[in-house]
Design a protein around this ligand. Structure first.
Ligand code: NAD
Length: 296
């Protein structure tokens, strides 16, 4: 199947790679020529612009962009996808953005006859590379069925969350919890080690006890505990602190709109914000443990 793929960063890069490996014919675009080169080296064809992807004979276009402003620009900009895409092309945005923006872009797509799904993911860069992401999908169930063959290549499950924008609602709730648990695991691991525990043994205890969570058993922030976590490579790659701040901002903004207090979410946002203000925003968000252990 010929597929357009726009946004080849930490997540989109490995997702596109899996699509190529599965035999799909990928037409890719990214502002970064380095990112495009990685994809073309793996067998993709490079497009010169978003408009070129939109105007080609693709059946599906997938986007994986940083934030709502990029998504709006890529879809609704002057030379964006909606300006040039054929009506039968299915549009899938896997970026994490606020539900209202997702609904706005999807409505504009539907107005001109294009079906669109919001399909943000969870599973991190490891899940993107392994093809084990979870897609949280908003939109028509029939359109998800059309997309399933492609989503199954990049993920282990695609859950229908309801109408347009609901994938983003699920994602916001999940990442609110993730942002909070990473700070909790950092605090607990740091305290335990400072009090004399071996970090690997402490992680083993937590991961077989009631404190266990993804931040402790898959993405432990303490260096030396896990070979494949960003903590093992100086917190490079992974899920940037600034992206976590963005997601917690989406959560606090959404909470404001419905009048719900978000006590731990707001506090966590401030903790990551303070860390970013020290020039650490590009590091993976698990580097927040540096707040407790300067040497990490
Ligand atoms: P990233 O910054 O590594 O990649 C984004 C890519 O989009 C970059 O390569 C950038 O050049 C490209 N881009 C930006 N504007 C563009 C444009 N106008 N046209 C073409 N390309 C453009 O980000 P990422 O880590 O891959 O995350 C992407 C999305 O996935 C974000 O919304 C993020 O919140 C979400 N997400 C990330 C993770 C993670 O672990 N990194 C996990 C789950 C969800």
């Amino acid at each position: 199947m010929q597929i357009g793929f726009i946004g080849l960063g930490n997540m989109g890069g490995p997702m596109a790679h899996n699509m190529i490996q599965a035999g799909h014919d990928l037409l890719v675009f990214d502002l970064s020529s380095d990112a495009v080169k990685v994809a073309t080296d793996a067998g993709a064809t490079a497009a010169g612009s978003v408009a070129e992807v939109a105007g080609s004979a693709v059946e599906i276009i997938i986007t994986m962009l940083p934030a709502a402003m990029h998504v709006k620009q890529v879809y609704q900009g002057e030379n964006g996808i909606l300006a040039g895409v054929a009506p039968q092309v299915l549009l899938i945005d896997a970026s994490t953005i606020d539900p209202l923006s997702a609904r706005e872009v999807a409505a504009a797509a539907q107005e001109q006859g294009n079906a669109m799904l919001d399909a943000p993911v969870s599973g991190g860069t490891g899940g993107a590379a392994a093809g084990t992401l979870t897609f949280m999908v908003g939109g028509e169930a029939a359109d998800l069925e059309r997309a399933r063959g492609v989503l199954d290549v990049m993920g282990k499950q695609a859950i229908h969350c309801g109408p347009s924008g609901n994938g983003q609602v699920a994602k916001v709730a999940n990442n609110l919890l993730l942002g909070i648990t990473m700070i909790g695991v950092s605090e607990a691991m740091s305290l335990g080690v400072t009090l004399g525990m071996d970090p690997k043994v402490l992680a083993e205890v937590i991961n077989t006890s009631s404190g266990r969570c993804w931040s402790s058993d898959t993405y432990n922030p303490f260096p030396g505990v896990m070979d494949n976590a960003p903590a093992a490579r100086g917190y490079s790659g992974g899920f940037g602190t600034d992206l976590m701040i963005k997601d917690l901002g989406l959560a606090t903004e959404a909470a404001k709109q419905v009048g719900q207090p978000l006590l731990l979410g707001a506090l966590s946002q401030q903790i990551y914000q303070g860390f970013s203000a020290k020039g650490q925003g590009q590091l993976d968000f698990s580097a927040i443990i540096k707040n407790y252990r300067q040497e990490e």
